[in-house]
Design a protein around this ligand. Structure first.
Ligand SMILES: [Zn+2]
Length: 443
């Protein structure tokens, strides 16, 4: 496939904007990149996808999400509003996840995947929980991802909050799924080992996880002070120290949030090369505070950007990152636009490549995965590689994504989905969500 008449945003090591260029896609990779006329002459027989002067750039990456949370949209929590994050977990998320059945898991994943295609997010790192439907749950999510044609890394969150048997079942589900993903390394599906958070994990379970799997974990850490209080009480050490003691940190591990950590914990994250993800919309919504993202970056921690189950419109997360740190510090110099791009583009791409090492992700270059979006943006001021982050922050809208390609396959063209039946999936989701809400109310 030859994508012609494109203004390419390459997001390479030195970002470039290349006007009137073309991309030649072969299989799931970008085979060549060059001036439109040159590549058209070279590949005259190729099927042509005319970008009609739109911006063509790598698909967005989401470093931490929860497909299973889709049915929470608009769900009422009876009684007084939860006063803090522990109450939100207890009264919303731990009721919702217990009510999930395999069919709900499939439906909520499909809803999120449609949202991702429509908003140009092509790689997602998911963290799944469904305590009453553990066995096989990751296969159900993986099947939905394959149907959607996107790229995703999946895990099941192991936790002790529902007893030892379910903790063991969670461990088994991770190991089973990771092994099956390793057996099929060419696919767009990868697996890692999920853990909920220090505050719901005993020493015994952490030990068991380390014994079962040494290849990296995906865990929430220090999202709220309660995680620290719990860790200090349980182990006499702070959360990140505790995770380090159990071998949870490392270059293949993702720590989501890290809002309430001290300097030593930040240094431990840097020393171990652990990946940290930032989710500002979620942090604001749960009122847990603002992570010291700039401080972590200065220490050399590779902070990436996730959405924690918010919409898969990653530019909204860019904007929240840019604005929330300025507001939190009452200082407009905080969280420079270029820093947001470093987090959302460079660091997310490096993180995605940990799980999909076969080819570069998040860059338009020969040999890279053909994960590509078209953006119908008409700048009203000069746009260059240097000021692009501010055009994205102040000008780009997620609805401007008109075409989404993942692994060389066109999933949406001119805003028309070519995979998945949106009307049917949406109607089914409404029906299943209503049933799930009723089960929660009756429980
Ligand atoms: Zn999360």
């Amino acid at each position: 496939m030859l994508i012609t008449n494109a203004n390419l945003i390459t997001w390479g090591a030195a970002n470039q904007i290349l006007e009137n260029h073309a991309l030649y896609v072969e299989g799931d990779r970008i085979a060549a990149l060059g001036p439109s006329s040159e590549l058209q002459a070279k590949h005259s027989q190729a099927e042509v996808l005319d970008a009609r002067g739109q911006f063509v750039m790598p698909g967005n990456i989401c470093a931490h999400t929860h497909f299973y949370g889709a049915f929470a949209r608009g769900m009422a929590i009876p009684g007084a509003a939860p006063k803090d994050f522990p109450e939100i977990l207890d009264r919303l998320w731990w009721r919702l996840d217990k009510a999930l059945r395999l069919e709900d898991i499939r439906s909520s994943a499909l809803v999120c995947l449609i949202d991702a295609i429509k908003h140009g997010t092509t790689t997602l790192i998911d963290h799944h929980a469904s305590p009453n439907a553990i066995d096989g749950s990751l296969d159900v999510v993986a099947e939905a991802v394959k149907q959607a044609g996107l790229r995703a890394c999946l895990c099941y969150e192991v936790t002790d909050r529902d007893g030892e048997e379910k903790a063991q079942a969670g461990i088994k589900e991770n190991i089973r799924f990771i092994k099956s993903a390793i057996r099929n390394p060419q696919s767009a599906i990868a697996g890692t080992f999920g853990l909920h958070a220090s505050l719901t994990l005993s020493d015994k379970t952490l030990e068991a996880c380390r014994n079962e799997w040494g290849g990296g974990f995906h865990i929430h850490a220090a999202e709220h002070e309660s995680d620290q209080y719990d860790s200090l009480q349980k182990s006499g050490t702070r959360v990140i120290d505790r995770l380090h003691k159990f071998g949870i940190l490392g270059e293949r591990s993702i720590v989501a949030h890290a809002v309430h950590i001290d300097h030593r914990e930040a240094a431990l994250l840097a020393e171990t090369g652990t990946q940290v993800t930032h989710q500002p919309r979620s942090n604001m919504n749960n009122a847990v505070g603002a992570a010291d993202v700039e401080g972590l970056l200065r220490l050399g921690v590779k902070v990436g950007l996730g959405n924690d189950g918010f919409s898969n419109a990653m530019w909204d997360e860019w904007k929240a990152t840019y604005l929330s740190h300025k507001a939190a510090h009452r200082d407009p110099r905080r969280m420079n636009g270029a820093t947001v791009a470093e987090i959302a583009v460079t660091n997310n791409a490096a993180l995605a490549n940990v799980f999909f090492p076969q080819a570069p992700i998040g860059v338009l270059a020969p040999g890279a995965f053909a994960d590509i979006i078209f953006v119908n943006y008409h700048p009203t001021t000069p746009l260059s590689a240097d000021n692009l982050p501010w055009h994205i922050l102040f000008g780009f809208e997620n609805s401007m994504v008109t075409t989404t390609i993942c692994a060389g396959k066109v999933l949406m063209k001119d805003r028309r989905l070519l995979v998945l039946d949106e009307a049917e999936i949406t109607a089914r989701s409404r029906e299943l969500a209503a049933n799930l809400w009723k089960r929660i109310a009756d429980s």
